[in-house]
Design a protein around this ligand. Structure first.
Ligand SMILES: Nc1ncnc2c1ncn2[C@@H]1O[C@H](COP(=O)(O)OP(=O)(O)OP(=O)(O)O)[C@@H](O)[C@H]1O
Length: 792
């Protein structure tokens, strides 16, 4: 392991990916979606030449495909003369026919790879921006979505975009062009009637396809919904595999899964039925059309005699062609059958022609030509039907996809960057007084600044600097362990990164002693997750920079909710949440969140190594920094005991780690992040008392100079905080230091006494607290490490 192992993708920097155009209002029809696809493709740099080259390839392929039958016709007509002298020209014609086939297929195969970089680039852009958009959406969106369903919609949406490019650019457009050519050629070579019949067959074919596909759309929507439900159910059960096993509920899960599968099965069968009906109809239309076209070409409009001749010979060939067509299944198979039928028909016609068509205008070569051209057209037509169905399905898929793209964040980002808290008057005074009393060099300047501050006059930046320096010196004199720890930290980390280490405030003289911490204020905040139920009912408090505050209260009283409002996962219903004096709604969320570290109640990890999971707190941290943070979180030894050490995979959501290990990974992330606001929501609840005590000591050191908010049920773990807020049923009922709250004998004291009585050391704690109460002395809270840290 070394520092360089942090891959570039981990950098928390946006890649340069062009934004997506605004999604269409409706995604129901091609007319809505095509302009969107066009806009998407237009922003790709290589679009012009790649599209041009792909179209050129396609046109050459089609031209070669249409030329082949002309050469074959020439060969057949030449051979029909029955003269040995024509052998060479006939062979030449056949060779040209073969060459046309080679060119046709080679250029066709070149078409897709030429355009693929564009469609892939668009697909990546769409996937990138959609993923980014979804992750940016507010937490309410994610709470209300089922993950499996969401991922299916995103997957189908991006796939559909590629499908539409392929279908529209390389199937629909070429087929229409080809149709025009073929109809023109047939009209000139045969008769307008033949051309009309080909056109008519085509129109009938398309009309049938559209009508049937339209009917399948509703079923497709159902299939999609059931597919989403089935996937979400499966993902949910798999994520909770352990719970399923422990509760022996495998069959329950399988049955529920099967419930959705049955629905899916019924809808899928219905889709298949409609699909079979569509294919059968298409085959009948094509076979009938082919027959009519052949008849019209053979008789060439020459009257009863020719028609009789044609009937006698042609009917057997047509019958074989038609039966082959009818036998065709779907898609490519039908196209193949049509091809075989056409080829068989052409060969038969060519062989029989000299004897049978004496007197008719159509030559054997003409029939071969006709067959060749129809074959050329019918093949893509079969695919056209398939592509049309795919397009309709893609449009259905894209509707849901566009809905997600159109979903707006209900917490729009603010524009104000997070400001620093200016040194408060109290800070200035404390620093100046301390500097003067310690005879520090800068004390006179600091004292002057303090005097200015007291008198309300402006403090120059030089004075401010002296003042802050004096304050920092004092801090170090009063807390020599700060300096020691700082040196130790830098030694451990092997890094002089001022962002890292607990005392980086010292490296930045422009910060006040408490300037490292954020100020958080809730002003008469009312909030409920649902309008009909309020969770917070007018909560007001202010956490000053550098202050440590605990929020305690019964389960469900709204403690975690306060933390979610402070980090703007939700907005208050009424009242204001402020960070550093600014309404959090006006602040750039990223600037707030980058200053915060949260150790959550339930730590969920990524399915990656322990090293990468810790690194998540600071994605560009070196391995050494990660390990140092792991040591601070008392995780290092536990990791070293694992067979793969820091490379141990933690499993889905971290299931392979113990609850305490997961919690320590979250704590290590917080150490690594070295935030300005540390939020711990029951951060140590899964740890044994000894580990908890030492981690609390470390957390306490981390919290020094920073603002910290702790939520805890075990009051002993937060009794050393500067202030404790007691919440009950969404209201702030008490606040003060541990000693003050015990002395006031309110809700907190009852909770403390209850916990003390319940705990293993209940007797000692209860006695201690009653003694202290009696003496009026501040209580020595547990664990001692926390209390010691605070007292220092
Ligand atoms: N996302 C949510 N949607 C709806 N209700 C929620 C949501 N999160 C929390 N609640 C409800 O809000 C209330 C307060 O929840 P909160 O998590 O703030 O309580 P808490 O005091 O932290 O509880 P605990 O100590 O048990 O963690 C609870 O009744 C809870 O059911």
């Amino acid at each position: 392991m070394n520092g360089s192992s942090s891959a570039s993708w981990q950098a928390n920097k946006a890649h340069e990916v062009a934004p997506l155009p605004a999604p269409p209002k409706s995604g129901q029809s091609l007319a809505d979606v095509l302009p969107y696809l066009l806009k998407l493709a237009l922003s790709e740099k290589q679009l012009k030449w790649r599209l041009g080259a792909a179209f050129a390839c396609m046109l050459v392929s089609k031209a070669a495909g249409l030329s082949g039958p002309l050469f074959l016709k020439a060969a057949v007509d030449t051979l029909s003369a029955g003269d040995a002298a024509v052998l060479l020209p006939a062979v030449q014609c056949v060779l040209c026919f073969g060459l046309c086939g080679v060119v046709q297929h080679l250029t066709k195969e070149l078409t897709y790879p030429t355009f693929t970089p564009i469609s892939q680039a668009v697909a990546r852009r769409v996937a990138y921006q959609t993923f980014s958009h979804v992750l940016e959406l507010d937490i309410t969106f994610h709470m209300n979505r089922r993950t499996g369903r969401l991922s299916r919609i995103l997957e189908r949406g991006t796939r559909s975009i590629q499908m539409l490019y392929r279908a529209v650019l390389f199937t629909f457009a070429p087929t229409f062009i080809e149709l025009v050519f073929v109809v023109g050629l047939l009209a000139s070579r045969f008769s307008p009637m033949v051309a009309l019949l080909v056109g008519g067959t085509f129109v009938l074919y398309v009309a049938w396809t559209i009508a049937m596909t339209q009917a399948a759309v509703e079923v497709r929507k159902q299939v999609n919904q059931l597919d989403n439900l089935t996937t979400s159910k499966a993902v949910d059960a798999l994520l909770n595999a352990e719970t399923v096993a422990l509760f022996n509920n495998r069959q329950l899960e399988v049955n529920q899964y099967d419930h959705y599968l049955r629905g899916y099965q019924a809808a899928a069968i219905q889709t298949e039925r409609l699909s079979a009906l569509l294919n059968a109809g298409q085959s009948v239309i094509l076979s009938a059309g082919l027959t009519c076209v052949m008849v019209a070409a053979v008789i060439g409009g020459q009257g009863a005699e020719a028609m009789a001749a044609a009937k006698a010979t042609g009917s057997s060939m047509m019958a074989s062609a038609a039966s082959a067509m009818m036998g065709g299944g779907s898609g490519a198979a039908a196209a193949g059958a049509a091809g075989a039928a056409a080829a068989a028909g052409a060969a038969g016609a060519a062989a029989a022609a000299p004897a049978s068509f004496a007197g008719a205008l159509a030559s054997p070569g003409d029939l071969v030509l006709l067959q060749g051209l129809l074959l050329q057209l019918w093949g893509p037509l079969q695919f056209l039907g398939w592509f049309y169905r795919e397009i309709r399905q893609s449009l259905v898929d894209m509707e849901e996809f566009f809905d997600i793209l159109k979903t707006k964040n209900s917490l729009p980002d603010g524009t104000t960057p997070l400001p620093d808290v200016p040194p408060s008057l109290a800070d200035k005074l404390a620093a100046a007084t301390a500097a003067a009393s310690n005879g520090h060099n800068g004390s006179s300047a600091a004292a002057a600044a303090a005097a200015a501050a007291i008198s309300g006059s402006a403090v120059s930046s030089t004075d401010k600097q002296s003042l802050v320096e004096a304050a920092l010196l004092l801090d170090q004199q009063q807390h020599p362990q700060h300096q020691r720890l700082q040196q130790q930290q830098h030694h451990n980390l092997g890094s002089a990164d001022p962002e890292y280490g607990f005392y980086s405030a010292a490296a930045d003289p422009t910060l006040s002693i408490s300037g490292l911490g954020l100020e958080v204020e809730l002003d008469d905040v009312v909030f409920g997750y649902h309008p009909e139920r309020q969770v917070l009912k007018g909560v007001s408090f202010k956490v000053k920079p550098g202050e440590s505050v605990a929020v305690v209260g019964p389960s469900g009283s709204g403690k975690s909710t306060i933390l979610k409002l402070a980090t703007r996962l939700y907005d208050a219903g009424s009242g204001i949440v402020k960070v550093n004096g600014v309404d959090v709604r006006d602040l750039q969320t990223a600037s707030v969140r980058s200053s915060v570290a949260v150790v959550p109640q339930d730590t969920v990890l990524f399915n990656d190594t322990i090293l990468q999971n810790i690194r998540y707190g600071k994605p560009n941290a070196s391995d050494e920094e990660v390990i140092a943070a792991s040591r601070m979180a008392h995780l290092h030894e536990a990791v070293l005991r694992m067979p793969d050490g820091y490379s141990t995979m933690v499993g889905e959501r971290g299931l392979k780690l113990s609850g305490g290990e997961k919690q320590r990974v979250a704590i290590a992330r917080a150490f690594l992040r070295a935030p300005r606001l540390l939020i711990c929501d029951e951060a140590t609840s899964a740890l044994d008392t000894a580990t908890e005590a030492s981690i609390l000591g470390s957390l306490n050191e981390l919290a020094r100079g920073r603002t910290s908010i702790f939520v805890a049920h075990r009051l002993s773990t937060v009794a050393g905080c500067d202030r404790i807020l007691v919440l009950s049923e969404g209201r702030l009922v008490e606040q003060g230091s541990h000693a003050q709250l015990i002395a006031s004998g309110g809700v907190y004291k009852d909770m403390w006494m209850r916990q003390a009585a319940e705990g293993s050391s209940s007797n000692n704690v209860a006695e201690a607290s009653s003694d202290e109460e009696a003496d009026g002395e501040p209580l020595e809270p547990l664990p001692a490490a926390l209390a010691r840290g605070r007292k220092e």
